[in-house]
Write a protein that binds this ligand. Structure first.
Ligand code: HEC
Length: 153
């Protein structure tokens, strides 16, 4: 069954122009909480994973568990080739993305789609929001192992 989900975006860009400037306060710096510095995009995505250690060689038990979860929860939307169905094909994903980004995408997809530029770009291409698959951290790590193996073979 194919489902086409058409999502309409309303992008409201609100600019605060600050028409009146209060000269008397010009020497008072704004409170720290009001300064929002955009975080530099380190390619690791948004979420709990900031550092992931990789195995060398890859762990076969983890690959097997990762594959089982892929078959059950991901294969409806993701092929292991480069072919896109609902979501992008997984071939080459571990070259395109950092391990941390992949782990954050799997476990924290809603925030990733709201805040991560690379995830948002994918959404623009796929026009479907990847649903949260309720994958725990350990299983997400096993899926990563499986994806690393998929790109090796
Ligand atoms: C209902 C369809 C669907 C299911 C099920 C799904 N995804 Fe996705 N996935 C997507 C879509 C669509 C995108 C592209 C981003 C977007 O539009 O939300 C995506 C993007 C991704 C990406 C980024 C790919 C890239 O090229 O950078 C990863 C990694 C990913 N998904 C992993 C998974 C894993 C792991 C599972 C299973 C646990 C899974 N997805 C289940 C639809 C799905």
């Amino acid at each position: 069954m194919k489902k086409y989900i058409i999502t309409t975006f309303i992008l409201a860009l609100i600019y605060a122009c600050g028409g009146k400037s209060d000269q008397s306060n010009s020497n008072t710096p704004p409170p720290k909480s009001m300064i929002t510095k955009p975080k530099a995009d380190d390619g690791k995505g948004v979420g709990p994973f900031t550092s992931v250690d990789l195995n060398d060689p890859l762990n076969t038990d983890m690959i097997a568990n990762g594959k089982a979860i892929y078959d059950m929860k991901c294969s409806a939307c993701h092929r292991l080739t480069a072919t896109r169905v609902v979501g992008p094909g997984f071939k080459g994903v571990t070259d395109r993305r950092k391990p941390e980004w992949i782990m954050n995408m799997i476990t924290n997809v809603d925030i990733m789609l709201d805040e991560d530029p690379a995830a948002q770009k994918l959404f623009e291409e796929c026009l479907t929001r990847m649903p949260n698959q309720n994958v725990n951290n350990e299983d997400a790590r096993d899926i990563l192992e499986f994806l690393l193996n998929n790109d090796k073979t």
